[in-house]
Design a protein around this ligand. Structure first.
Ligand code: FES
Length: 518
């Protein structure tokens, strides 16, 4: 299973023989699908299965392979404890709205449990408590607010002095009925079920253009398809959209370690209250237990040396746990919505009212992906949906999230208008070591240059093909990451994740010309 980075995640290494299923039938170009879903991650696959089961004729088109994006790099916490705490939701959206979100979250967790039970999926699913703990006076005050607001919206919570992790704390809250699982061992069987039900799955099928009309024409690398509706389950929609200014891309780091002391493996999910926060849980895979720890998040493309994030995370884990060995390290991307809630529903700015999107999950992608599946099913079947109102991507909330909106927009504007220091010139490449990369300037053009361990130089334009911000090197994942809206590219320039639609352009040294690749 390929993923959108150089580091191998625990899930990637242990998905086993359940790799991408092959196409289940020959192309039917004249057919008009009820729904085309773009992206075979957690959102795409769960939505495709649910809709196919409800009688829709669905095509699931994936640009790479299933779970290539964040689903293959998540830490897979199934929680009722959200990144946007309930006091913030109540403040920004009101108590009724926050209660609706809490209900949707509970329903999503039940849906996951039902899928596992119905399809008898062996994915290491375990129901556990989540534990949120304060470590200073300020955090204790926040914890009090969270306790009151969480009870108000109907989520089960109580004060607790029992922590599953050996990290000192002053006060804690326990949230029963949370869970964890192996995400790709959950998704792959669902994909197989989708195909068994007659759904059509195509990998290596990149959507290149959509002609908007009541009957959509969808151009892909495998030809044209037609559909009445299209859902972008691509983590962030491609192209240029209002949502790129309402969602900020972040990287999060994870390690899976084996411990010396069996008793130290946490019997629950645990979270501290720093920003960014650390999070812990256990997963047993094929008889081997792992402590999975995450944290050290930062905005995509905003960290000089991403390898230090792993070092800091590992050092933090070693402070509290007796580590036998670090088995896996990986990072992944998530999109933080400016007002704290995801965007699920009609794509803003589309010319036709049959293009949908699900994005802005923050750190709660496992749960919100299922909220998205349930929302789309309700929208398409019942025509009216309470969920649609809760997560409307076209919502205008001038107060909620305004400060973050201004901050994120100013950040992007700064990057676009090159307030960064000018890059070095080409002659500085002489001291570039194998495995290193650098942005340099040559003949007025900024180039992204990577020197492979073999000594070979890879050179592309440094201008992101979305809206031309300069990409930045991610040394851990060996990728060029765009600091503006989170597009990512391999060192050869191949597009890994959108919103860009094209690879980085090639640069020809002889003619000093840039050539678009795709
Ligand atoms: Fe928008 Fe790169 S992702 S400019």
């Amino acid at each position: 299973m390929k993923r959108d980075g150089h580091m191998e995640s625990l899930w990637q290494a242990t998905t086993g023989s359940r790799t991408t299923p092959s196409y289940n039938r020959e192309p039917q170009p004249a057919l008009t699908y009820d729904v085309v879903i773009v992206g075979a991650g957690m959102t795409g696959v769960t939505t495709a299965l649910l809709l196919q089961k409800k009688g829709f004729n669905v095509l699931l088109a994936e640009a790479q392979n299933a779970c290539f994006g964040t689903t293959g790099g998540t830490t897979a916490h199934l929680n009722t404890l959200m990144d946007t705490p309930y006091p913030t939701m109540i403040k920004n959206f009101g108590e009724a709205h926050a209660t609706g979100v809490a209900t949707a979250v509970r329903d999503a967790l039940l849906h996951i449990r039902a899928n596992i039970s119905e399809y008898n999926i062996d994915c290491g699913y375990n129901i556990e408590d989540a534990f949120l703990y304060a470590q200073d006076d300020q955090q204790e005050k926040e914890l009090e607010d969270i306790l009151l607001a969480t009870k108000k919206v109907g989520i089960e919570v109580e004060q607790s002095s029992d922590s599953p992790v050996p990290v000192p704390f002053t006060k804690g809250l326990r949230f029963p009925g949370n869970a964890r699982f192996h995400p790709t061992r959950y998704v792959m069987p669902l994909l197989e079920e989708f195909i068994k039900l007659g759904g059509e799955y195509r990998d290596n099928c990149r959507v290149t253009q959509v002609e908007e009309a009541a009957r959509l024409t969808i151009h892909t690398t495998q030809g044209e398809f037609f559909a009445h509706r299209l859902i972008y389950a691509t983590h962030i929609p491609p192209g240029v959209n209002l949502l790129h200014f309402r969602c900020a891309p972040y990287r999060s780091y994870a390690i899976a370690v084996e411990l010396e002391d069996e008793a130290q493996y946490p019997g629950g999910l645990a979270y501290d209250m720093y920003d960014p926060y650390h999070y812990f849980r256990t997963q047993e895979v094929d008889g081997q237990k792992y402590l999975i720890a995450g944290g050290e998040d930062h905005k995509t493309g905003h960290h000089e040396n991403t390898e230090t994030c792993f070092m800091l995370l590992e050092a933090y884990v070693r402070t509290h746990f007796a580590v036998k060995q670090v088995a896996y390290k990986w990072s992944s991307q998530y999109f933080e919505p400016t007002d704290g809630l995801p965007y699920i529903g009609l794509l803003p700015g589309a010319n036709s009212d049959n293009i949908y999107v699900a994005t802005g999950y923050g750190g709660n992608g496992m749960v919100y992906s299922h909220v998205a599946a349930l929302t789309f099913a309700e929208m398409f079947i019942d025509k009216q949906s309470n969920l649609e109102k809760l997560f409307d991507p076209n919502r205008v909330k001038p107060v909620a999230g305004f400060a973050s909106f201004v901050k994120e927009s100013a950040d992007v504007a700064g990057l676009l208008f090159s307030k960064l220091k000018p890059p070095p010139t080409l002659d500085t490449l002489a001291d570039l070591a194998p495995g290193e990369a650098r942005i340099v300037k040559y003949e007025g053009t900024k180039l992204a240059v990577y020197k492979h361990e073999s000594g070979e130089l890879f050179m592309t334009s440094a201008a992101c093909t979305h809206i031309q911000c300069d990409v930045a090197w991610n040394s851990a994942e060996k990728s060029w990451d765009c600091p503006c809206h989170g597009s990512r590219f391999s060192y050869t320039g191949e597009m890994l994740t959108g919103p860009a639609r094209k690879d980085l352009s090639d640069y020809d040294m002889q003619s000093a010309k840039i050539t678009s690749k795709s």
